[in-house]
Write a protein that binds this ligand. Structure first.
Ligand SMILES: NC(=O)c1ccc[n+]([C@@H]2O[C@H](COP(=O)([O-])OP(=O)(O)OC[C@H]3O[C@@H](n4cnc5c(N)ncnc54)[C@H](OP(=O)(O)O)[C@@H]3O)[C@@H](O)[C@H]2O)c1
Length: 221
């Protein structure tokens, strides 16, 4: 799959590396293709692609402009700070018809994380992108876990919501492919729940004292 990732930081870099290592074609969309962050993300994803015996796209991992990455990807991942999302999407250009994965958590800090938008950021993103298939995912766990979501043999859950069932299924396959247990969380209106869960993860990992090696898991019996 062709995946354009807007942002090459903790989340963008690690998702790109994980997917490149599973044979996906990855391109990073950044505002400065020469930045250290962009170079590091390209090098790590390129190395992961090269290490994957089935990969043919390793040499193709590159950093390009936001609009080039957005036009190139069948799936476009938003992995920039919430404050930069609207500006980034404006620079990305026409995303109609594409699956757009919103990984962001809009939070402010007041002795701990506080959700900083009414409703959800993902629904705001969908409002800015008419015709795109917006899916909320990858916001409920720390970025480093995206490289290894295995917790002593138990896969971390990845909650996924969006209004387009086929888009949710595509994102679920992308999450499963890198080791998560994908959980279909229904329509995009549930993004507020996922963003609250993301805020809770940050609380538990920081002021909650558990550290970042934690993940959410639904138990069934
Ligand atoms: N970190 C986590 O554990 C985690 C987990 C789940 C979800 N999230 C969410 O994922 C998103 C990204 O977090 P992160 O930790 O990956 O951030 P990060 O490491 O700081 O990386 C942010 C990326 O966004 C780019 N960026 C910043 N401002 C921009 C702008 N105005 N226009 C275009 N690009 C811009 C940065 O580019 P430059 O290098 O040019 O600044 C960088 O590539 C956030 O919304 C966060 O809430 C984070």
């Amino acid at each position: 799959m062709k995946i354009g990732i807007l942002g090459a930081g903790n989340v963008g870099g690690n998702l790109g590396r994980a997917w490149a290592g599973r044979g996906h074609q990855v391109v990073f969309g950044v505002r400065d293709t020469g930045s250290d962050k962009a170079r590091r993300a390209v090098a790590a994803a390129g190395a992961a692609a090269g290490a994957d015996a089935g990969a043919t796209a390793g040499a193709d991992v590159r950093a390009v402009s936001l609009s080039e990455a957005a036009a190139w990807g069948d799936v476009v991942v938003v992995a920039v700070p919430w404050a930069a999302v609207q500006e980034t999407l404006a620079a990305a250009g026409d995303l109609r018809g594409k699956i757009v994965i919103d990984t962001t958590n809009a939070i402010r800090w007041d002795n701990g994380p506080v959700k900083a938008v009414e409703g959800s950021g993902a629904e705001m993103v969908a409002g800015w992108l008419p015709g795109s298939r917006v899916v909320k995912a990858f916001n409920t766990i720390g970025a480093e876990q995206m490289l290894q979501p295995d917790f002593n043999g138990v896969p971390a859950d990845m909650f996924i919501c969006g209004d387009d069932a086929a888009a949710r299924a595509t994102v679920a396959a992308l999450a499963q492919g890198i080791g998560f247990e994908a959980r279909d969380a229904g329509p995009l209106r549930n993004a507020a729940l996922l963003e609250s869960l993301g805020t809770l993860w940050i609380h538990m990992a920081t002021v909650g004292g558990l550290g970042r090696n934690v993940a959410f898991k639904l138990l069934q019996k």
